[in-house]
Design a protein around this ligand. Structure first.
Ligand code: CDM
Ligand code: ATP
Length: 288
C-alpha cells in the first residue's frame, strides 16, 4: 500500500515576538499561510517493524534526525504500532530557509501514516502531537491560513486571503532559527499589528494585507546577512506590492497581484540568486 502526501511551504505574513518564556522559547503571534511550493512525500507500508527515510537531497538527513522520521516514530511509540513505513521525500522546498520545509514534511507524515496504519486520529490530535516535533508542525498539519500563538502551536484557522503571486528568493546561506531567536533584542524591535492583519484577511483586502506585513525577526537576520536586504530592495524596485522575510529567514517573499510584475521580479532576481520561485498563494486548507 502506498500513500502520497503534499507538504507545502509556509510564509509568515506577520510574525510578532512578544517575550521570552521561562522554557527558553518565545511567545509569538503569527499569521501564516501556505504557498504552492511543496515537497512530495511517498509513504509505503512495511510489514517489518522499521522506519526508513530516503531522499535524493544531499541537504536532509536520512536517519532519526529527519523530522519526517520523528513524526513516524512519534505515532509508532504513542499508538504502539508494529508495522513500519518507508518514507521517500522529494525535496523541492529549500532547506533551512524559513519556509518550514522540515515541519511540513513531518506534518505530511503524520497525516499520511495515520491513514497508512489505519489509526483514525483526528486532525486536532495530530496537530497536538506535531507540536512535540517543532513549533511550526501544528500549523503545517492543517495548512491553509491561520493565526498561531503560544510558541506557534496554538492554531486558529483564518479565511484564505485573496489569491496572488508569491515570488520567493533564497540567498545561498542557511539560517539557524535558534540563533536568530537568541540574537533578538526585544528592546526597540519592530512589532507588526497582528489584529490589523487578521482584519485585512477577513475583509479580503489585498492592499491592507500588503500594508500590514511585518516580522520581528527580520531585523536580526538583516543585520547578519546583507544579501537579505539586497533582495528586498530589488523586489521593491521591480514593483512588488509587499516584501518581507519569511520566518527566521533568509528567504524573502513578495506578494504581487499582476502576472507581468511577478514575472519582472522573478527575472530581475534570477541572475542574482539561484533559488527563485514564482508560485501561487494557496491560502486554503487542502487537508481533511
Ligand atoms: C521562525 C518560525 O519558523 C516562524 O514560523 C518558528 O517560530 C520556528 O519554528 P520551528 O522551526 O518549528 O522551531 P522549533 O524547532 O520549535 O525551535 C527551534 C528553536 O527556535 C527557538 N524558538 C522557536 C519557536 C519559538 N516560539 N521560540 C523560540 O525561541 C528555540 O530556540 C528553539 O530551540
Ligand atoms: N525533512 C526535512 N527537510 C528539511 N530539513 C530537515 C528535515 N528534517 C530535518 N531537517 C533539518 O532541519 C533543519 C531546518 O530545516 P528546515 O528546512 O525545516 O528549516 P526552516 O525552513 O528554516 O524551518 P522553519 O521555517 O520552521 O524555521 C535543517 O538543518 C535540516 O538538516
Amino acid at each position: 500500500m502506498q500513500i502520497l502526501e503534499k507538504a507545502p511551504a509556509k510564509i509568515n505574513l506577520s510574525l510578532d515576538v512578544l517575550h521570552k518564556r521561562d522554557d527558553g522559547f518565545h511567545e509569538v503571534e503569527m499569521v501564516m499561510t501556505t504557498v504552492d511550493l511543496a515537497d512530495r512525500i511517498e509513504l509505503t507500508l512495511l510489514e517489518e517493524d522499521t522506519i526508513r527515510v530516503e531522499s535524493e537531497s544531499r541537504f536532509v538527513p536520512n536517519d532519526e534526525r529527519n523530522l519526517a522520521y520523528r513524526a513516524a516514530k512519534l505515532l509508532k511509540d504513542t499508538y504502539d504500532v508494529k508495522q513500519g513505513v518507508r518514507i521517500f521525500i522529494e525535496k523541492n522546498i529549500p532547506v533551512a530557509a524559513g519556509l518550514a520545509g522540515g515541519s511540513s514534511d513531518a506534518a505530511a507524515v503524520l497525516r499520511g501514516v495515520n491513514k497508512l496504519w489505519d489509526l483514525n486520529i483526528d486532525l486536532d490530535d495530530l496537530a497536538d502531537l506535531g507540536s512535540q516535533i517543532g513549533s511550526d508542525v501544528s500549523f503545517c498539519v492543517y495548512g491553509g491560513t491561520a493565526h498561531a500563538t503560544g510558541r506557534g502551536e496554538k492554531v486558529t484557522q483564518l479565511p484564505a486571503p485573496p489569491s496572488c503571486w508569491v515570488v520567493l528568493a533564497k540567498p545561498p546561506i542557511g539560517v539557524s532559527t535558534q540563533s536568530v531567536y537568541q540574537n533578538l533584542k526585544l528592546d526597540g524591535a519592530i512589532h507588526p499589528d497582528t489584529k490589523a492583519m487578521i482584519q485585512a484577511i477577513q475583509a479580503h483586502d489585498f492592499n491592507s494585507i500588503c500594508k500590514e506585513v511585518g516580522n520581528t525577526l527580520e531585523g536580526v537576520t538583516l543585520s547578519l546577512h546583507k544579501e537579505v536586504a539586497q533582495i528586498k530592495d530589488q523586489m521593491r524596485e521591480a514593483g512588488a506590492d509587499a516584501v518581507l522575510m519569511s520566518g527566521s529567514g533568509p528567504t524573502v517573499f513578495s506578494l504581487v497581484e499582476q502576472d507581468a510584475r511577478a514575472q519582472r521580479i522573478y527575472n530581475s532576481l534570477k541572475g542574482f540568486c539561484n533559488e527563485v520561485y514564482i508560485v501561487r498563494m494557496l491560502g486554503y486548507r487542502e487537508t481533511t
